[in-house]
Design a protein around this ligand. Sequence first.
Ligand SMILES: C[S@@+](CC[C@H](N)C(=O)[O-])C[C@H]1O[C@@H](n2cnc3c(N)ncnc32)[C@H](O)[C@@H]1O
Length: 211
Amino acid sequence: MKKSLEEHAARFDEKADAYDDGGTPEYRACAGLVVEHAAPATDDAVLDLGTGTGAIALQIAPDAGRVIGRDISDGMLERAREKATERGVENTSFGTGRFREPAVDESVDVVTTNFAMHHLSDTEKREAIGTVANLDPHRFVLGDVMFFGEPDPDEPFYSPAVDDPATVGTLADALTDAGFALTRVERVHDQVGVLVAERVPAERTLVSQRR
Ligand SMILES: C[S@@+](CC[C@H](N)C(=O)[O-])C[C@H]1O[C@@H](n2cnc3c(N)ncnc32)[C@H](O)[C@@H]1O
């Protein structure tokens, strides 16, 4: 049985202090690609979902107008805030929010997420992508554990007891159904990748519907 939201939060509360000491080369490659593809403009508002200790948010912050980090784990959020203070980063804010209820009441320009969405079921991921679309970003960069081929639970990137990664196809369908066009697929490993989705302008959707 998969973990509840509260159980995930408690699990990450316990890991928070040591979290930044870990990470596989694939995790680091994935994080690097998410930061690279986020590419915000200097006045852009970026929302980082499942922000954890701020690995992505704090790297993006120098290039963005501001970065909003959301997570369900108080312990991870506290560590993110400490790191922002230690590094003198002033344009980030970290607070409680979840994929399907991010607690953000404004539109954002770019949404990022790294190694977090695989905690949701496929149905929940689809809902989360719909929630992201409603925030009206022009770009959504989704780095995560995802299956390019057959799932292999012996690989180290996820634990079948607590995690629920999707296939790349499932994620691509959910993104396009929510009005995004998939502009880049980065395969880091057969079970780790980054999808870059851009908003399809309304007029282009109308033209393609007329054809
Ligand atoms: C493996 S960490 C990744 C953290 C960070 N994005 C990174 O790249 O290091 C996964 C994070 O997702 C958060 N998380 C899990 N389920 C979530 C949900 N439904 N909504 C928001 N955050 C969630 C966890 O609390 C944890 O901080």
